[in-house]
Design a binder for this molecule. Structure first.
Ligand SMILES: [Zn+2]
Length: 315
């Protein structure tokens, strides 16, 4: 049997220890790699990716106790016992017209003062009184209108049931405001409002025997003045069958018209019969042009002027 030489025995021992060293290094390396992420990342670069689908697990815990309830719906067909036919009884809504009304503004003067009308009575027959046409120079006609309206308020019974009486207390408020003498006769355009109507109108006229204290005119043409236009429009918007225009003073009753129609003459005679004013009037020889009552008579309205006895009293 060959003897083992000491030289080969040394090689065997050396190989054994080398093998053990390599094995130990491998074991230690494997342990470090598997237990330490920092070491792992040295060798594997992680590629993060979200590939997981979150999974939710819902656990239902019953908390309510469900108690079934029943609702009974009773469907009942109506049994007609009575046929109700609503009968419409037309109730006529009649708004009673008040006995008096006003002021009703029918227009404005040159300087925009209101021209105001008052009504008394509710009848279908319409009648009109106009005062203040010559403003402050005949202010007593305005006072008369005011006294008459106060009396009519206290004595509504004197207005016949078939009559509505309209009163225009002051057709010339500028003249009334200017002066209570002859300077208050014309309007703000120096126009005599009883010479401005479309009835034998003239801008100027023969002054012989006529009123000549100031040189008033008849206007730039017939119906040129706002006061005249407003009164004419008001009259034509209604159905007056008679009117009285108050002036002063002293000449009596003038029937409207060129010449007067029968209806104006009858009215003049009727007023004369119940008053102290003369008809026919005093003739002073003046030719009257553009007169209001002449215009009204031509429109079919019985019309007259009444001249109060003086320029201060209301008679
Ligand atoms: Zn007058």
């Amino acid at each position: 049997m060959p003897k083992s030489s000491p030289k080969s025995l040394g090689r065997i021992v050396t190989s054994f220890w080398v093998f053990n060293l390599v094995l130990g290094i491998f074991v230690i390396g494997a342990w470090l790699f598997s237990s330490n992420p920092a070491v792992r990342t040295l060798f594997i670069s992680p590629t993060p990716s979200l590939t997981d689908t979150p999974t939710f697990t819902l656990t239902l815990t019953p908390t309510n106790t469900f108690t079934p309830s029943a609702t009974h719906t009773i469907t009942q067909s109506p049994v007609p016992t009575e046929t109700f036919t609503p009968s419409v009884t037309p109730t006529e809504t009649v708004t009673p017209i008040p006995y008096s009304e006003g002021p009703i503004t029918i227009g404005y003067s040159v300087q925009k003062r209101p021209l105001e009308v008052y009504r008394f009575g509710t009848g279908k027959t319409e009648r009109l009184i106009v005062a203040g046409m010559h403003g402050g120079s005949e202010f007593n006609t305005i006072q008369l209108a005011d006294q008459l309206m106060a009396y009519l308020k206290d004595h509504p019974e004197i207005v016949p049931t078939d009559v509505s009486l309209y009163i225009l207390r002051d057709l010339n408020p500028e003249g009334e405001a200017r002066a209570h003498d002859y300077n208050g006769r014309a309007n703000a355009h120096n126009v005599d409002l009883n010479r401005n109507w479309d009835a034998n109108w003239q801008k100027d006229w023969p002054r012989d025997n006529c009123w000549t204290y100031t040189m008033v005119t008849g206007g730039t043409g017939p119906m040129s003045e706002p006061e005249t236009k407003a009164l004419a429009a008001f009259i034509q918007s209604r159905h007056f069958d008679a009117l009285i225009n108050y002036h002063s003073a002293a000449l009596g009753i003038f029937a409207g018209g060129l010449p007067p129609d029968d209806y104006s003459i009858r009215l003049a005679k009727a007023v004369a019969a119940v008053s102290t004013y003369p008809y026919p009037p005093v003739n002073i020889g003046c030719m009257y042009t553009g007169g209001f009552t002449d215009w009204a008579d031509e429109k079919g309205i019985a019309a007259l002027d009444v001249e109060l006895t003086d320029k201060t009293h209301t008679d």
